[in-house]
Structures are given as structure tokens and as C-alpha cells.
Design a protein around this ligand. Structure first.
Ligand code: C2O
Ligand code: CU
Length: 486
């Protein structure tokens, strides 16, 4: 497993000028495969609330002709698990059964839950064991996800396919005129990439895959009506970011960030997503003729240095056929709109109660390294399970400033809370990223600040994580812990 970055980057600086003669659209035009939609899991109602069963095991999936690919997946889906659907206010218990031959954990990314229920590196589920966290859903409607979080093994278990969506529904969202029919006009789309070896096996030590997968589907195409369509996009890559957009530069509309709906749709032509981030977007297909195909592309060519996946090399530790290219991530095939189809983009969404700038405490977190060839760390110290790096007082409104060094971009994520981005040293915070967030891209040489309220779950023993969501950086030690204390 390659955990280091800086040395490689220095080498890349040297070769950067030679880069990018190979950057025509590398979408494999021609045959598409139908976008696989993960099954819904709505749980069973009991007197104790709603109970879910998740079993993670070693499975296989046929990605392409030839040999089956060995994978890890929840509930035997093959690659990427079922979509859990919960409601705000609902009391849930999720039984996580570990049928893998190795330890794992399952983390509820973005959910506001007690640290002991969070599924971080501390809540190890031994092979054959079941872990049954229980909590009340406090988040508002948005797109979340679950994935393994076992320290040093997160990248590998994720690479093999362990992960899934978790959707929160609530009354405010239900009132809005939005596409909401799962798998029909409201599509979950998890983007990632993998490299398959000659016998079709996933190379788990590859940082940037050669082949793009949407919901585990190669060359994915979704057939949708000539109407307004909602995509719930998740970047579940190991390290690559995407700058998403359409070839005709049409506007599409961001309606939600990681942790909830925005006040109103924000039109964009490009949308940057780093690992761990989610955006819900609306796409207006009302003017596209039936039969048209509308490709959603990643414009990853000629990005600024430090953009993950912008490296010029196609082979080697950080090489990939998709590096520094524009490539298709999903093809939308237009059919006639259904009778209930939404035909207009709403003008208003919801009201959010963001934290004020009257902060009770500020702290600064530095992304550091010890020179070429060393792992990235926070404040010069790699992750140590026995170490509490930050202590937050219950009830505090805090401003955290993350300061990146000059080496590379990162994807900063914090557990427990949803926050509001308040500043970027590189320029204004984008309107599309101004809602509830739990993960953001930080460029090299940039300082990004956010404000969060820590109102619940005081626990001096069980810690929450903050880390880079590039799984190889996280596994390499770019992670710290905080506790919330009374
Ligand atoms: Cu997506 Cu610490 O997690
Ligand atoms: Cu990182």
C-alpha cells in the first residue's frame, strides 16, 4: 500500500511540463451498461424502533467479460451495498454482522450520532461478530453514506467495494416539488475508479483506478425522462477529485451539499467533488429530444497542480489512464417524460439555521509532512489512537481553520457535526458549498475555515475523528481525534 505522497509529487513537478498530450475525451463511446441501482433497505419496525441488518462479507461481481472479481460488499450486493433509508426523528438500530475473515468497522458518514455509535476506528467488529449501534436520526434530509473505517485498512476495504448510501428523509424535503422516485428520477450515483488486473481482480493498492465505475457499473448509462432529474452524487474515490460538468456547458443546479438542502438551487457549469463529498443536483432534460444521450463528464484535464487525479502519468504509483483527462462518468439516455414528471427547477428550497460567527473558541489545524517521502500528518503528528488531539466543550460554537502546506490538495472531513464553510484564502466560498457540509477540498497552500456547533454527545472517553478523506492519506496517519466534554 502506497501511503506517501510528497516524493511522488516532487517527481511530478519535474515532469509536469511534459504532460498532457494524451487528453482527448477518453470516454468509451459505444456500448454502455445500464447503471446499477442499489436496492433500498428500509428496515423492520419493532417496539424498539427500526431495525436494519447489514452483513459485510467476501463476495464476487462480474464487472466485465471473463473471470468474476473478488469483492467485499454489504448484503451480498457484489460491490457497493444497499441504500438505507431513515427518517429524521426515527430511532434506529443497525446490526452490522461481520462475515469477513478480517476485522472491520462501519461508519455512518455525516450522521450526528454519539461517538460510541459512530463506527470509527475504535468500534472494531471482529470476524463473526455483530455490532449493533442504536441512535435517533437527528440530521435533516440529505445524502449520507456508510463505509469501513478500520485504521490502516480503510482504503483496501473501500477499494474492494464495501460501502453504501444512507438517505435521510424529512418533512421539509417531502413538501418540496423535487424528483423523489428512487432509481427513476432520483438516482444515487457513487463515483469511483478501479484498476483490474489481467484476471479481472481489483488492484487494492492502486490509488487512482484506470476504469471509472458509477454504482460499480463500467460505462454506465441511466435512462431517464425528458424532465428534471435529481442525481445524488457521491465521490467515493480513494484519492481522485472530479470537476463534473456537461459537454454543452449547460447549467445544472446544486440543491444540497453533504448535510442538507440549500436555501435555493445554485446554477453551476462545473462542480468540484473531492473524496467523501456529496452534492444533490437537478438536471433539466426538458429540452432534450427523446433518444438523446447526455454525458456527464469529469473535466480533470489541465487542473491546477495539486488537484488529485491531475497528475500526468498513466503508470506507476500515482498513475492512471484517467489522469489529466476529460472522461465520461455517467451517460444519461433520454426517454419520454412520465406523467408525474417535474418540468421546472424550483426557485426556493428550505431555510437553514446556520451557526453564527459568534464563536466561543477557535482552533487551527495544520496539514504537515516531514519532507519528501514522509506521510502527511496533522500538526506534525501521525494518527495515534491513544491520543486525544482536540478537546471541545459541549455547547461551544467553534471556528476551525485548516491550513494546508504547499505539497498537495486534500479532502478534509470531520465527524459528529455538519459545519458551514466561512472562508477560503484562495477566494470566496462558492454558493454551492455554502450549505451544511462535513467534507471539503482544500487546495495546496490554502487555508479554509468553518464554523460548527457542538451541542450534543459529551463523552470524555469515546472520540470523534477528523481526517483527510483520501483513504490512502487517512490510512497513512492524516487523522486526529477530538472529544466533546461537559
Ligand atoms: Cu467517510 Cu471518517 O469518514
Ligand atoms: Cu489528504
Amino acid at each position: 500500500m502506497v501511503l506517501f505522497r510528497p516524493l511522488e509529487v516532487l517527481v511530478l513537478v519535474f515532469f509536469f511540463a511534459l504532460a498532457s498530450c494524451t487528453s482527448l475525451l477518453s470516454s468509451s463511446s459505444g456500448t454502455h451498461n445500464a447503471l446499477w441501482i442499489p436496492p433500498l433497505l428500509t428496515g423492520t419496525t419493532t417496539t424498539a424502533g427500526t431495525e436494519f441488518q447489514l452483513t459485510v462479507s467476501a463476495t464476487t461481481k462480474s464487472f466485465r467479460e471473463g473471470k468474476e472479481t473478488a469483492t467485499y460488499s454489504y448484503n451480498n450486493t457484489g460491490f457497493w451495498g444497499p441504500t438505507l433509508v431513515v427518517r429524521k426523528g426515527e430511532k434506529v438500530t443497525i446490526h452490522v454482522n461481520n462475515n469477513l475473515p478480517v476485522e472491520t468497522t462501519t461508519h455512518w458518514h455525516g450522521l450526528h450520532v454519539p461517538a460510541a455509535m459512530d463506527g470509527g476506528p475504535m468500534q472494531v467488529v471482529e470476524p463473526g461478530a455483530t455490532w449493533s449501534p442504536t441512535f435517533t436520526v437527528m440530521n435533516q434530509a440529505a445524502t449520507f453514506w456508510y463505509h469501513p473505517h478500520l485504521h490502516t485498512t480503510t482504503a483496501k476495504q473501500l477499494a474492494l467495494g464495501a460501502g453504501g448510501f444512507l438517505l435521510v428523509r424529512d418533512a421539509d424535503e417531502a413538501k418540496l416539488a423535487l424528483p423523489r422516485t428512487y432509481g427513476v428520477d432520483d438516482l444515487p450515483v457513487v463515483l469511483t475508479s478501479r484498476t483490474f488486473d489481467a484476471s479481472n481482480q481489483i488492484q487494492t493498492d492502486t490509488i487512482y483506478g484506470d476504469r471509472l465505475l458509477a454504482n460499480g457499473t463500467l460505462n454506465a448509462q441511466a435512462t431517464v425522462g425528458a424532465q428534471v432529474v435529481r442525481l445524488r452524487l457521491l465521490n467515493a474515490e480513494i484519492e481522485r477529485a472530479y470537476s463534473l460538468g456537461f459537454a454543452d456547458n449547460r447549467k445544472f443546479f446544486v440543491i444540497a451539499g453533504d448535510g442538507g438542502l440549500l436555501e435555493k438551487p445554485v446554477p453551476v457549469t462545473r462542480l468540484l467533488m473531492s473524496p467523501g463529498e456529496r452534492y444533490e443536483v437537478l438536471i433539466d432534460l426538458t429540452k432534450d429530444p427523446v433518444g438523446a444521450s447526455v454525458p456527464l463528464l469529469a473535466y480533470n484535464r489541465n487542473q491546477e497542480f495539486g488537484f488529485p487525479g491531475g497528475e500526468p502519468n498513466q503508470t506507476g504509483d500515482f498513475g492512471s489512464l484517467l489522469n489529466n483527462t476529460t472522461f465520461e462518468v455517467l451517460n444519461l439516455k433520454v426517454r419520454a417524460a412520465g406523467t408525474e414528471a417535474l418540468l421546472t427547477i424550483p426557485t426556493a428550497l428550505i431555510t437553514n439555521n446556520y451557526p453564527t460567527m459568534e464563536v466561543s473558541n477557535s482552533r487551527t489545524i495544520n496539514i504537515t509532512d516531514q519532507g519528501p517521502g514522509t506521510p502527511f500528518t496533522f500538526d506534525n503528528a501521525g494518527y495515534d489512537m491513544m491520543m486525544i488531539n482536540q478537546t471541545v466543550k459541549l455547547g461551544a460554537t467553534e471556528k476551525w481553520s485548516v491550513v494546508n502546506d504547499f505539497v498537495f490538495g486534500h479532502s478534509f472531513h470531520i465527524h459528529d457535526v455538519q459545519f458551514k464553510l466561512v472562508s477560503r484564502s484562495s477566494g470566496p466560498v462558492g454558493a454551492w458549498e455554502s450549505g451544511w457540509k462535513d467534507t471539503f477540498f482544500i487546495q495546496r497552500n490554502e487555508t479554509v475555515s468553518f464554523v460548527a456547533r457542538f451541542e450534543d454527545f459529551a463523552d470524555p472517553v469515546n472520540a470523534f475523528m477528523y481526517h483527510c478523506h483520501m483513504a490512502n492519506h487517512e490510512d497513512g496517519g492524516l487523522m486526529g481525534q477530538f472529544v466533546v466534554v461537559p
